[in-house]
Write a protein of this length. Structure first.
Length: 224
């Protein structure tokens, strides 16, 4: 059976599956479906099919133009999806602790996740608010995406990530702010969360595990 026939069968199975029932979509997924209505004639099918088969959704009319380097610029729809994700996560914050910087950091973090998934042509986890894994590579590798706005910023994870052992396989470093991002490198969990990398970045701040940009493994791309 050729690849094209297998793809048709897979699409038919996805379309006929229970996940296609709109009521089974979460609130944030329904919101994203409304955004996809401008880019595809079958927004529910687009989202559910891509979620089931770990593919990047169609966020561009006529099909996505996938990046050819490790730099990516999110289009209007992708930016809107990131804003929906960020707003959903902000609902878990205490009102008194919300600042402009926090809002921007949460937004850039969500957008960096979308950007990495676009680079890899994989499905972004748009629904989870507080989670250990942001996406999963085709080989099953579980990824936690980190972002910094600084060109030579460190890959940093909080000390509490010690509890993620066995749940996260790698940490990815993105650099940028909405809508432009670059994938600059990554480390395995065990290469980052280790005693010699535990540092206090600022006086009075909670220590975390850090790696300089030059210490990162070079980026790669499954989607190309």
């Amino acid at each position: 059976m050729d690849t094209h026939t297998n793809e048709i069968i897979a699409r038919r199975e996805a379309y006929n599956g229970p996940d296609m029932v709109h009521a089974n979509l979460t609130q944030i997924e329904r919101h994203v479906v409304s955004l996809l209505a401008d880019t595809t004639s079958e927004p529910v099918f687009n989202l559910v099919y891509c979620r089931r088969f770990n593919k990047y959704p169609t966020f561009t009319p006529g099909g996505n133009e996938m990046p050819t380097s490790m730099r990516v610029k999110l289009n209007h729809t992708e930016q809107a999806v990131a804003k929906v994700m960020a707003a959903d996560r902000m609902e878990t914050c205490e009102p008194g602790n919300i600042s402009g910087n926090l809002r921007q950091n949460v937004l850039d973090g969500a957008a960096a996740e979308v950007a990495f998934c676009k680079l890899q042509n994989i499905y972004p986890d748009i629904d989870a608010r507080v989670k250990k894994v942001d996406c999963t590579l085709p080989d099953g590798t579980r990824v936690d995406v980190k972002n910094t706005v600084y060109q030579h910023g460190r890959l940093y994870v909080a000390k509490t990530k010690e509890h993620d052992r066995g749940a996260v396989d790698m940490y990815v470093q993105m650099i940028g702010t909405l809508p432009n991002f670059e994938f600059v490198g990554w480390l395995k969990y065990a290469e980052l969360v280790m005693p010699e990398r535990l540092r206090e970045l600022a006086k009075g701040k909670t220590p975390g595990y850090c790696a300089e940009r030059y210490e990162l493994r070079p980026p790669f791309c499954w989607g190309q």
